[in-house]
Design a binder for this molecule. Structure first.
Ligand SMILES: Nc1ncnc2c1ncn2[C@@H]1O[C@H](COP(=O)(O)OP(=O)(O)O)[C@@H](O)[C@H]1O
Ligand SMILES: [Mg+2]
Length: 125
């Protein structure tokens, strides 16, 4: 079975508190998954680890079969993400916001910005 996201005993500890403990995810292509849990269950921390925004204390993450850590530059440009709130700059245009994200993520092909804007019917400005 080929997994899009695979984790093995993914764990994050803040001080003495284990916020995420031994999580094993096996997400297959073409399926939609949800993380369910009460406040403080560790959903956001899990997402942050999957996106390389915080380091796991222990455990493994593979995206498309490739270990995330050490391969961020290859993997992260292929992932879209939005955690809790959209982190856009309200004083900039959609194009300018996408341009900043594309730069931060190392997206080499700027045509994707126009393509994305066309898709949702926004002008390129
Ligand atoms: N940066 C941090 N430093 C210390 N504790 C944190 C940090 N981020 C989250 N936590 C703690 O980790 C636990 C899981 O939090 P979180 O992943 O935000 O849960 P959820 O998104 O499921 O509500 C909570 O107890 C939270 O207080
Ligand atoms: Mg959360």
């Amino acid at each position: 079975m080929e997994y899009i996201i695979e984790t093995e005993n993914l764990t994050k500890q803040y001080g003495t508190q284990r916020s995420v403990a031994d999580v094993n995810i096996h997400a297959v292509k073409g399926k939609i998954y949800g993380l369910l849990g009460r406040n403080g269950a560790g959903k956001t921390t899990t997402m942050k680890m999957l996106l390389g925004l915080t380091r796991p204390t222990s455990g493994e993450i593979k995206i498309w079969g490739t270990p995330l850590y050490g391969n961020e530059k290859k993997l992260l440009p292929r992932i879209g993400s939005l955690i809790e709130a959209p982190g856009f700059y309200p004083n900039l245009t959609a194009t300018e916001n996408l341009d900043i994200f594309a730069t931060l993520r190392g997206v080499p092909n700027r045509h994707v910005i126009k393509d994305a804007l066309d898709l949702v019917g926004l002008p390129y400005l």
